[in-house]
Design a protein around this ligand. Structure first.
Ligand SMILES: [Zn+2]
Length: 275
């Protein structure tokens, strides 16, 4: 099983790998740049090579990049869409240099334009980005959201509509999040039904990452407040069926719980010894 946490790459790629090894992880997630957007630091290829060597030695699974929260492919403000497109294009080539093959992207917030318009805008903009992602060997994973505010992509059908709008492009996948799915009304205690819905509506082969978080709010709350494993609405028992079903799959599992490295280490060890 590939499991790790979200880590900072402020001190470089290799430091992120080393921090992950220290917490017992064999994958990790990092922001492609400052999560509030802005400029990315120049890449240190030597540092990346050092990190890759450790990953090889420790048999790491694929790491996961996460796009900044400021990106929005369905903003009513054209300059935000332009900013998102330009930065994503740059992110693809940076990820290619790092040997990272997947990036999680929040589909977008429509800001009152309506879900249908949001889905159409996201598809149209992705249609321009996907050939660039494909050329860089990067798969865009649209994250399933809780449905807070005007977020697009809480329902599996909305993700499906975006994927269909992109001609089911092979470089487009999804990232599922246990906190967000609960907020969106999917009961993980009935995991086989949820997995069947994903299979039927999206296609399980499109799932490229799982965010493993407990949630401060209940089923269908449309709220996105992560909690530590076992300390939220799901509890340990709420994730057991899901973890049991996915443990043998080639899927990076990423913790985004409110934690420090010691807390992540404890969660990883709990998952590995109980699943
Ligand atoms: Zn996310």
């Amino acid at each position: 099983m590939w499991i790790g946490s979200h880590v900072s790459i402020a001190k470089g790629f290799c430091a992120a790998v080393e921090a992950s090894v220290a917490m017992g992880a064999n994958t990790f997630q990092f922001f492609t740049r400052n999560p509030r957007g802005g400029n990315a630091k120049a890449l240190d290829l030597e540092d990346i090579a050092k990190g890759r060597a450790i990953m090889l030695e420790k048999a790491f699974g694929p790491p996961v990049a996460h796009a900044p929260y400021t990106y929005n492919l369905c903003s009513a403000r054209p300059e935000v869409v332009v900013f998102t497109m330009a930065h994503l294009e740059e992110d693809f080539s940076r990820l290619q240099a790092m040997g990272v093959d997947r990036v999680v992207l929040h589909p977008g917030t429509h800001g009152g334009q309506g879900t249908e318009t949001g889905i159409r805008m996201i598809s149209e903009n992705l249609n321009q980005l996907l050939p660039l992602a494909e050329a860089a060997g990067v798969r865009i994973l649209l994250e399933g959201m809780a449905g807070a505010g005007s977020e697009v992509g809480a329902k599996f059908e909305e993700l499906e509509a975006i994927i269909k709008g992109c001609g089911e492009h092979p470089s487009l996948g999804v990232c599922i999040d246990s906190c967000h799915m609960t907020g969106a009304g999917y009961d993980l205690r009935q995991w086989s039904a949820v997995q069947n819905a994903i299979e039927k509506i999206i296609g399980w082969q499109r799932v490229g990452a799982l965010h493993l978080n407990d949630t401060q709010h209940g089923l269908g709350s449309r709220k996105d407040r992560h909690a530590r494993l076992g300390e939220g609405h799901l509890g340990f028992e709420g994730i057991m069926d899901m973890m049991d079903a996915i443990k043998d799959q080639p899927l990076p599992v990423i913790l985004e719980t409110p934690n420090d490295d010691a807390g992540y280490a404890a969660e990883i060890s709990w998952v590995l010894s109980n699943i």
